[in-house]
Ligand binder design. Structure first.
Ligand code: BG6
Length: 307
């Protein structure tokens, strides 16, 4: 509708915070900044969130040697794991953690809340747009929409998977979030007390968590808590809450830190002692396969609050 009397956009006063959401997009990335100064950046390769800042700090760890040109998944941020978690089952041609983090996604657009207090960025990937070499590795017709919502003090990421083919398929999915911490040896994770988990170090063993999780060596665990996903998993540092992670329809939580030797063995992990400054708390659906019938849709999401 033509509105000749529409008020002109307010000019910003130098030195004053912007009153509107600022977004920029290019061939390789999309970023958004709220009037509060909170910001997010998403690389189209893998629809990987590579930065989430609240006014005081960067909340995600990204390796300084991370490869951002799409030739390798990004070491840090929030890579998306789909349709397999970890090594693919025997007979599958998929690489570790699937293909969603290895391919370029399409930016579908942004929407802002009333008053411009939050912004949602949508990204899409489908079988039809998947490069041919990947289609031969996973032949199911799927559609993915990934929404990244930035609000003051929080980031939500939601994955919608739809089955657009004629046959059911099974998948796993996970939001592989690398949270930034000052010193992993001061970090504790709450909210998983009494949760059964598979300890992958040194080899898959079923255990039950007792109390808080603390870190003193390589840690690679898949928790399947009996509590609802809406119960927060909390990352504390020096006894103070740093992050709260609330899940929706993602029953599992992977907790990962590579520690000294694994970090040394990863060519794209820098600085080499960067393991001290990260903890992965990964919301997912990975302990079982999700079966999606023809025409069905699955949605899983997380919201991370920075304290
Ligand atoms: C975690 C897995 O989710 O991802 C670990 O539990 C794995 O086993 C880690 O080492 C990193 O995987 P990648 O493929 O990004 O090196």
């Amino acid at each position: 509708m033509d509105r000749p009397n529409r008020p002109a956009a307010l000019a910003s006063t130098p030195g004053q915070p912007e009153s509107q959401v600022q977004t920029t997009s290019s061939d390789t990335r999309v970023s958004a900044t709220l009037p509060t100064g909170d910001s997010v950046e998403v690389l189209l390769y893998g629809a990987t969130v590579t930065s989430w800042k609240t006014p005081a700090r960067e909340n995600l760890f990204v390796s300084s040697a991370a490869i951002l040109d799409g030739s390798k998944p990004v070491r840090g941020g929030i890579p998306l794991v789909f349709p397999v978690f970890g090594p693919a089952p025997a007979g599958s041609k998929l690489p570790q953690h699937g293909f969603a983090r290895n391919v370029k996604w399409e930016f579908l657009g942004k929407s802002t809340s009333e008053g411009e207090s939050s912004v949602k960025l949508d990204f899409g990937l489908s079988w039809a747009t998947l490069p041919e070499d990947w289609r031969t590795k996973w032949e199911h017709k799927f559609g993915l929409v990934y929404s990244v919502t930035l609000a003051p003090g929080s980031l939500s990421t939601a994955l919608v998977v739809s089955n657009e083919g004629d046959e059911a398929f099974e998948f796993q999915s996970l939001l592989h979030t690398y949270l930034s911490v000052d010193d992993i040896q001061n970090v504790q994770i709450a909210g998983l007390d009494n949760s059964p988990y598979i300890d992958k170090v040194p080899s898959a063993t079923a255990k039950t968590q007792s109390g808080l999780i603390a870190f003193s060596g390589e840690t690679d665990r898949v928790y399947s808590p009996p509590t609802p996903p809406s119960d927060p998993v909390t990352v504390q540092e020096g006894g103070k809450t740093r992050f709260r992670v609330v899940r929706d329809n993602l029953p599992d939580v992977v907790v990962w830190n590579p520690w000294v030797e694994k970090a040394a063995g990863m060519g794209d992990f820098e600085p080499k002692d960067g393991w001290k400054n990260m903890v992965c708390v990964e919301a997912g659906s990975v302990s079982a396969w999700t079966k999606l019938e023809k025409g069905d849709v699955f949605e899983g999401a997380q919201t991370i609050y920075a304290e």
